[in-house]
Ligand binder design. Structure first.
Ligand code: ATP
Ligand code: MG
Length: 337
């Protein structure tokens, strides 16, 4: 019997790769490709259908509500978790079949990593460095992460934020081509968060591709070239943070105090207004077009003025909330008060 050159599974993988690369800009080189990933834990389906491609050198954010499947996704990327179906390619390799090659080139910071209690910071970093062919300089990396003074302390003696800093050091010590960071700055103080962002930008500038799972919208806006929003095991949007905010954030917001009470219908009836919300005695209207002009004219017809006016563009957080809002969680009163 003649041997087939490609199995049905291979053909599916090729079709998946075509599907993904067609969504990237011309000439963009995908370094990570994930297609139709599915993973269940018993009866819990963590990933229904996750596909995306990450371009070499970008910081790619993965956002989504608790339990959406973010950690499961990055665990599949790093070879720590075996998907039930779908394809994963990291640097062109399948993390399951080429475990060693992928581990040598990918640094991983786990959301719930734990280390042997009776190793010191320095011993842990040296141990991890010994796994790699061209590790970074441990002393410099510890200095960059503000851990020099803690070098001789046991892991179990570190504070939560210091453990977090150490986990970042361990993800980067191998001088990886790809760094996967699951909740990079959770537990860090504001100063340390900013220092970590600068560190990550420096790492990216050296050509490292970064996959960043985060719940912080300011972090995603500052660092990420593109973000994927995952909800209930599916990718529901992929875009730049600014593109997502503009496309899905619900337009601009105008906040003001009315000088006299107004009937909501005066404003909700305007073409420019999509949504109206009360925040204490302030009104927030969201919409598009000349929102400010339309609202001020409508108020004037009712003998009312807008005081303490603030205009804001929609944010990534607005887009996140709107896209992951499930109908049962939406108040009946929204937009109708
Ligand atoms: N080891 C496991 N065994 C059983 N179920 C699991 C396991 N890990 C995750 N799950 C379930 O899979 C789903 C996705 O979990 P996952 O950890 O990927 O979510 P996440 O998006 O990272 O959430 P978070 O923002 O809270 O970190 C959840 O419903 C979770 O309860
Ligand atoms: Mg997680």
């Amino acid at each position: 019997m003649p041997r087939a050159t490609t199995s049905p599974v291979d053909q599916r993988a090729i079709a998946d790769a075509d599907l993904l690369t067609s969504t990237l800009a011309d000439g963009a080189h995908p370094i990570i490709e994930v297609a139709r990933l599915r993973k269940a834990y018993g009866s819990t389906v963590a990933l229904e259908d996750v596909s995306f491609a990450i371009v070499e050198g970008e910081i790619f954010g993965i956002l989504g509500p608790n339990g959406a499947g973010k950690t499961t996704t990055v665990e599949c990327l790093s070879g720590l978790r075996v998907p039930d179906s779908g394809t994963v390619r990291v640097l062109g390799l399948d993390p399951q079949h080429s475990r060693h090659a992928v581990r040598a080139s990918v640094g991983v910071q786990l959301q719930e990593g734990s280390m042997p209690a009776k190793l010191t910071v320095r011993e842990l970093v040296d141990l991890f460095a010994s796994f790699y062919a061209n590790p970074l300089d441990a002393t410099e990396l510890l200095e960059l992460l503000g851990l020099t003074a803690k070098c001789d302390d046991y892991y179990k003696r570190l504070s939560g934020g210091q453990k977090q800093r150490l986990s970042i050091a361990l993800a980067l010590i191998g001088n990886p081509k790809v760094a996967i960071l699951d909740e990079l700055t959770t537990g860090l103080d504001p100063q340390a968060r900013r220092e970590t962002w600068s560190l990550i930008e420096g790492v990216r500038d050296r050509g490292v591709t970064i996959v960043l799972v985060t719940h912080f919208m300011d972090e995603a806006e500052r660092l990420c070239d593109r973000v994927a929003l995952i909800d209930s095991g599916r990718v529901i949007a992929i875009d730049t943070p600014a593109g997502l905010a503009e496309r899905e954030g619900g337009g601009n917001h105008m906040r003001f105090h009315p000088s006299r009470p107004v009937d909501d219908s005066l404003l909700t009836g305007l073409r420019e207004v999509d949504r109206l919300e009360h925040q204490g005695d302030r009104i927030v209207v969201s919409g598009t077009g000349d929102l400010l002009g339309a609202v001020i004219s409508a108020l004037a017809t009712a003998g009312t003025e807008a005081k303490d006016v603030r205009l804001e563009s929609s944010t990534l957080e607005d887009a996140f909330v709107r896209l992951t809002e499930h109908p049962s969680e939406t108040s009946e009163e929204d937009g109708r008060r």
